[in-house]
Design a protein around this ligand. Structure first.
Ligand SMILES: [Zn+2]
Length: 79
């Protein structure tokens, strides 16, 4: 995987422009949804359980760089 996953003590940072806060994340996930339909047939998802997920790519919203992501410490993180 080319994108490192953030942890409790780290966060993403775009290596090109330094963006820390805005990314487009393409994620593949297998999800079980509890769908509750009302009497009119309108569906509403009331619970979601993620069975598995993986991040395919992360694009910076500022400079559009794809997968140019590094992990940096979060502010105040000890880890
Ligand atoms: Zn960027």
């Amino acid at each position: 995987m080319s994108v490192p996953l953030p942890t409790d003590g780290t966060r993403w940072r775009c290596t090109l422009c330094g963006n820390l806060t805005r990314f487009d994340v393409t994620r593949q996930a297998k999800v079980v949804e509890y769908v509750h339909l009302d009497l009119a047939g309108e569906p509403k998802v009331e619970e979601r359980e993620v069975l598995s997920e993986s991040i395919e790519s992360v694009r910076c919203r500022w400079c559009n760089a794809v997968d140019q992501i590094e992990l940096v410490d979060r502010p105040g993180a000890n880890a």
